[in-house]
Design a protein around this ligand. Structure first.
Ligand code: NAP
Length: 247
């Protein structure tokens, strides 16, 4: 928790809905000024910013496609101008479409790697030049990487890359006192997970963890809050698998 409210600044990518929105709400409660990034859901992003602002948080909505390096540069510039230099970067934006590898189009491959991998690369590269020393970076992997389920080859490939970036980048930031970690959620009840699944498929996933339920966005927001906060200062270069015990 910041002692002075909004003294520190967080960017949360893909924060218009789902896990990212819960993370933005939680970091606002923790005292951060928050930049709510989105690609197309401007109504949801604006509504979230209005909610955070009404609760006394400095918050802005920033439209930027994380897959586009110029957009990401602009996102950092706008955040710096309106909120201040960035202390926390949460690389939450991501997409998932499950399909057997053999049926995956070039376009779907490019889109998934573009957002999940290049998007993370773009923000990390910008963060290296612009973040305050002492900051925190939280990337997003997925527990699907440990499950090797059919249909997840491309998505898991992107998350494997994100985990690799996390381990190496933590070392490349030596001397800056910036930690770089990743959270790897199990199934969380958001549109990314729910869309296109039958009720039966959803229930199968819900029964997988020994805790016998789907995760909720707040389950992950709590983990991000920990990794972004003072108590996680000695956790660096790690992947935290928050999944109710699935794997
Ligand atoms: P979601 O509900 O589909 O939300 C995705 C968010 O990402 C939206 O705010 C979306 O904004 C944004 N986004 C998509 N493409 C973007 C782009 N090119 N640039 C900027 N923002 C973009 O997904 P979620 O379930 O919250 O997932 C969040 C993260 O958790 C992802 O990295 C995902 O891989 C990971 N994860 C999720 C689960 C799960 O079960 N839900 C499990 C493991 C890991 P727009 O609508 O404006 O595009």
């Amino acid at each position: 928790m910041n002692t002075i409210k909004n003294a520190q600044v967080a960017i949360v990518t893909g924060a218009s809905r789902g896990i990212g929105a819960a993370v933005a709400q939680r970091l606002a409660k923790d005292g951060f000024a928050v930049a709510v990034n989105y690609a197309s859901s401007s109504t949801e992003a604006d509504a979230l910013v209005a909610e955070l602002t009404a609760a006394g948080t400095k918050a802005i909505a920033v439209k930027a496609d994380v897959a586009n390096a110029d957009d990401v540069r602009r996102m950092f510039e706008i955040t710096e101008q309106q909120l201040g230099k960035v202390d926390v970067l949460v690389n939450n934006a991501g997409v998932l479409k499950t399909l057997p590898l053999a049926d995956t189009s070039d376009a779907l491959y490019d889109q998934t790697f573009g957002i999940n991998v290049r998007g993370t690369f773009n923000t990390l590269r910008e963060a290296a030049a612009r973040m305050n020393n002492g900051g925190r970076i939280v990337n997003f992997s997925s527990t699907t990487l440990a499950l090797n389920m059919p249909g997840y080859a491309i998505y898991n490939g992107t998350k494997a890359a994100v985990e690799a970036f996390t381990h190496v980048f933590a070392k490349e930031l030596r001397g800056r006192d910036i930690t770089v970690n990743a959270v790897a959620p199990g199934p969380i009840a958001t549109s990314l997970f729910l869309d296109g699944k039958t009720e039966e498929q959803i229930q199968t996933f819900a029964k997988m963890p020994p805790l016998q339920r789907l995760g909720q966005p707040d389950d992950i927001a709590s983990v991000v809050s920990f990794l972004a906060g003072p108590d996680a200062g000695w956790v660096n270069g790690q992947v935290l698998r928050a999944n109710g015990g699935v794997a």
